[in-house]
Design a protein around this ligand. Structure first.
Ligand SMILES: Cc1ncc(COP(=O)(O)O)c(C=O)c1O
Length: 285
């Protein structure tokens, strides 16, 4: 009787051997790393103490709180440096990329003095559904006018099209950095310059590019946004997690639709899980 073949494990950028494919045949290779990844061992190692030992609520004043609080503080600083945020406190950890996107888009528009007075948002057709849904929510529930720009055959948005669509009522332009399906990198720097020149805020969904493209160093690829969101599903960190950040703006307002307990700068409710944040930071590289 021949013994069963040893199933191959999935390739991993860090050399880590991934999980067995659920089809059980051992013949498939998992390539959908833009959707999610197995957890990198370094990420797992960094997180484990915060699940098992330092599991305290970072907001607690008893002695379980400080280790989690310090790890959270460190993770916030490291993420802030990674993305080139102006203030560590402007980094908001969220539960998913979709939550980051919703906080950024809804928060910016709902805080606008143009709400109810012709508020306008520009986005583009190949955005992640989280972005399109946030825009549709603003249109359907708050009467916001939404322009959805089309892309060319390579998936690119034409900045000229953005320039033509911008009006004095445009509150926000939301264009992603790297597309999750095609990998197309949008000319977000140019789009941001145009939008800012007309007084509009810019949101950039950088879920697929943070940690892959250095947004701080290259002028062409510099993060253009005063608000951004980055769930990082395509990196070997924690899939169901996210973060957003926002620059200081007089128009940055309350962002969560769920009553907040006053934690994470009161932008979203709920306890902050230090283990996830530590894993997020290690997954960022
Ligand atoms: C570009 C982009 N934006 C947003 C999201 C939503 O992230 P999440 O699934 O964490 O809500 C994803 C998820 O793959 C994505 O690729």
């Amino acid at each position: 009787m021949s013994s069963a073949p040893t199933p191959p494990t999935s390739a991993h950028p860090t050399g880590h051997t991934g999980a067995r494919h659920p089809d059980g045949t051992g013949l498939s290779v998992y390539l959908d790393y833009n959707a999610t990844t197995p957890v990198d061992p370094a990420v797992l190692e960094a997180m484990l103490p915060f699940w098992a030992e330092h599991f305290g609520n970072p907001s607690s004043s008893h002695h379980y709180g400080p280790p989690a609080r310090q790890a959270l503080h460190r993770a916030r600083q490291q993420v802030s440096t990674l993305i080139g945020a102006t203030h560590d406190s402007s980094v908001v950890f969220t539960g998913s990329g979709s939550e980051s996107v919703a906080l950024a888009i809804r928060g910016a528009v709902l805080a606008s003095d143009r709400l109810g007075r012709g508020a306008h948002v520009i986005t583009q057709a190949t955005e992640h559904p989280a972005v399109l849904a946030a825009c549709a929510y603003l249109r359907d529930l708050h009467g916001v006018r939404v322009t959805v720009l089309q892309v060319d055959s390579t998936g690119l948005v034409d900045p000229e099209g953005v320039a033509e669509a911008l009006t004095d009522d445009t509150v926000l332009v939301s264009v992603m950095h790297a597309n999750n399906e095609t990998g197309t990198i949008q000319p977000v720097g140019e789009i941001a310059r145009l939008a800012h020149a007309r007084g509009a805020l810019v949101h950039c969904d950088a879920a697929q590019s943070v940690g892959k493209i250095d947004g701080r160093r290259s002028p062409d690829r510099r993060w253009p946004a005063r608000r951004g969101s980055s769930p990082r599903p395509g990196r070997p960190g924690i899939g169901a997690d996210g973060r957003g950040w926002c620059g200081r703006s007089r128009r940055s307002g309350p962002t969560s639709s769920v009553a907040s307990t006053g934690r994470p700068a009161a932008r979203r409710p709920g306890r902050t899980a230090a283990g996830h944040r530590r894993g997020r930071r290690v997954g960022c590289g």
